[in-house]
Design a protein around this ligand. Structure first.
Ligand code: ATP
Ligand code: ZN
Ligand code: MG
Length: 501
């Protein structure tokens, strides 16, 4: 059940006291025409009153036609009728109060608040009271999103703290690790890595670099090239409108690194800042901020949003389907805060992200082929102890849902490796070192991507080079002697590196 009550007032272009009877008639007719469909009342003007140039209306509805939409229609009808006959128009609309009550699926566990309204809860009913709302606000369809957001927040209360959905798909044989040390710590000791200079970033000396680069070659030679993926290079800087379309902007705004442009490129405007810097040899951040524009973009979080953007509004030829592309240039930045650990959870990492667009059948077949290639890498090249599981796609986690019910046509598979330094194989937490998703038409629709004939789906797979590296080294150690032959083909010899005294 939904109940809407709207108190609004039209400010008219002149005093219409003399038209009182015409306006009474207009209200009656409006209730019988615009606000009615056959026997059904879509919305009702319950009361109206006139005072000079102010017409007050009280409109109710149970949802079919939202009073704020009715109001805009009433305004048009009014202008049409009184504009022609009496040269009276509606100057502006003000909403005095707007009360919306609606049912919730479940009783809220605690109060919920949202912007633009006071929210009160009683049992399984929510009531939003809005005041001082502009016409623009009504036009923009905020009301329905506000209702959805309240419902979503209540549903989220039931999922907070619950274990995430996780369902094992496949598991490798158990393999005996050559050691049980934390590879990052050991690499630091040996001078292969240095932490910093800022949070969650690392400097990779030649040895660590050689391993990461070997991982990249393996992914390309063993997985992407055999399946026909083509490389693309995308921008590292993602404007907010791309993230608005993918949902990242509402999904993880707290994990982005934001990008500011200089407010001007004119050296004169920077003179004071330059003087200060020369004299104090420090950065006066307050002064700097005066010369910066507010952020309108962020650093790459994942590569797929920009790849979808590149297909925005385009029609793909059937001959190009499935589209198979990957980016390995953009570096992912994520503010991981308390979760940082070693090079396996960092704020800056190197990922290869294959993206695929094609028909449902093409993508389901491709998933099988990719899984086969990935299995080959992890079983035969790395000889890893690992497993695969269905998990909740990220955009569903944000919406408080635990899993995609029903078929596994769409969804996300996580690839996890046993990390001996964390404890026993059975009880310790395994490391997600990559994933693979098919996301249906979510992004296809968001970016209005079309084919000549086919209905399109899309998906992506995140190959984290730091994660591949730590998973491998955590099981195989730093001594190349213990590395599998197939891996040694990609990295015959570690570089000598630099000796520090
Ligand atoms: P997690 O749950 O570990 O935070 P995620 O779900 O945020 O991972 P995705 O957005 O699915 O990760 O990214 C896909 C891949 O990117 C991961 O499988 C991993 O290889 C890599 N990755 C993600 N976050 C990091 C990080 N902070 N450091 C290193 N690699 C990462
Ligand atoms: Zn992606
Ligand atoms: Mg994460």
């Amino acid at each position: 059940m939904m109940q809407f009550t709207l108190q609004a007032c039209f400010t008219l272009s002149c005093d219409v006291t003399s038209l009182t009877r015409d306006i009474d008639r207009f209200v009656t007719t409006t209730n019988e025409t615009i606000l009615r469909k056959g026997p059904e009342k879509l919305a009702v003007i319950e009361q109206h009153s006139l005072e000079k140039e102010t017409l007050r209306l009280s409109i109710t509805s149970t949802g079919t036609l939202r009073p704020h939409n009715a109001l805009l229609q009433i305004k048009n009808a009014f202008s049409k009728e009184f504009g022609k006959t009496h040269r009276v128009g509606v100057r502006s609309i003000t909403i005095e109060t707007y009360t919306i009550s609606f049912d919730l699926q479940r009783k809220p566990l605690k109060d919920v608040s949202i912007p633009f309204a006071d929210v009160k809860m009683q049992e399984t009913q929510a009531t939003m009271v809005l005041s001082d709302v502009s016409e623009e606000f009504l036009r923009r369809n905020y009301i329905d999103r506000m209702i959805n957001r309240v419902r979503e927040k209540v549903e989220n209360q039931y999922y907070e703290g619950k274990a995430e959905f996780w369902k094992l798909i496949w598991e490798s044989e158990e393999r005996k690790p050559v050691w049980a040390k934390d590879p990052t710590e050991e690499m630091e000791k040996q001078g292969w890595l240095k932490q910093g200079p800022t949070k969650g970033k690392w400097f990779y000396y030649p040895q660590a670099t050689a391993i990461l680069k070997a991982m990249e070659r393996i992914a390309i030679k063993e997985v992407l090239q055999p399946l026909g993926f083509q490389e693309v290079i995308e921008s590292h800087v993602k404007p907010f409108d791309v993230w608005l379309k993918t949902g990242h902007m509402e999904g993880m705004p707290y994990e982005f690194y934001y990008v500011c442009e200089p407010r001007t490129r004119d050296a004169k405007d920077w003179e004071h800042f330059i003087d200060l810097t020369k004299i104090t040899k420090e950065v006066d951040v307050g002064e700097l901020q005066k010369n910066l524009s507010p952020p309108a973009a962020g650093l790459c979080y994942a590569q797929c949003p920009m790849i979808y953007w590149s297909f925005k509004g385009k029609t793909i030829a059937e001959a190009s389907l499935p589209v198979l592309v990957y980016d390995k240039t953009a570096i992912s930045s994520r503010y991981e805060s308390g979760g940082r650990h070693g090079i396996e959870r960092v704020d800056e990492f190197h990922r290869i992200e294959p993206v695929y667009i094609g028909t449902r059948e093409q993508l389901l077949k491709l998933r099988e082929q990719m899984l086969e290639r990935y299995k080959h890498v992890f079983n035969d090249v790395f000889e890893l102890d690992w497993r695969m599981a269905w998990v909740t796609p990220w955009y569903m986690q944000q919406a408080g849902k635990i899993c995609d019910e029903g078929t596994q046509d769409t969804g996300t598979i996580d690839f996890e490796a046993y990390m001996p330094y964390r404890g026993s194989r059975k009880d310790s937490e395994w490391l997600e070192f990559q994933n693979l998703s098919i996301l249906g038409d979510k992004y296809i629709t968001a970016f209005n991507i079309k084919a000549q004939k086919s209905d399109l789906w899309s998906g992506c797979s995140g190959i984290g080079l730091q994660r591949w590296t730590t998973a491998f080294l955590a099981q195989k150690g730093l001594d190349p002697k213990h590395w599998p032959d197939a891996f040694q083909k990609y990295l015959e010899k570690l570089p000598e590196g630099i000796e520090f005294l």
